[in-house]
Design a protein around this ligand. Structure first.
Ligand code: HEC
Length: 97
């Protein structure tokens, strides 16, 4: 019984934890599978950015304090993301090789 409980707790926490790889899937269409592309031929290439840079820009798009002419496109991407999800994306993208 105890074991079953542990397994359930483990399954629940891994479901709740934000998964950067899964979240990045919808970004890959524009930024490339390895973040190697200029999104819509306009963005900077974010491969090689640190997690802090990515998190700062995503939060900036969310609150409107960061971005260039196409920041509206990115606002739509990040507006529904939680801080935890943004952090997970930063960790994931900065780890892409
Ligand atoms: C529809 C295409 C599109 C999608 C999907 C998209 N982006 Fe972007 N992204 C852009 C464009 C265009 C820019 C440049 C916007 C601007 O003018 O600031 C950008 C900029 C960025 C930047 C900052 C780079 C810079 O030029 O300053 C980061 C980081 C980023 N995107 C991450 C993401 C993440 C993470 C996701 C998924 C949650 C995502 N993007 C989804 C098009 C997209």
């Amino acid at each position: 019984m105890k074991k079953l409980l542990l397994i359930l707790v483990f399954a629940a926490t891994s479901l709740l934890a934000a998964d950067g790889a899964a979240l990045y899937k919808k970004c890959a269409a524009c930024h490339g599978a390895k973040a190697e592309k200029k999104a819509l031929n306009k963005s900077q290439i974010i491969a090689g950015w640190t997690s802090e840079q990515i998190v700062a820009s995503l939060k900036g798009y969310k609150d409107g304090t960061y971005g260039g002419p196409l920041k509206g496109t990115m606002k739509g991407q990040v507006i529904k993301l939680s801080d935890e999800e943004i952090n997970a994306l930063g960790t994931y993208i900065s780890s892409l090789k």
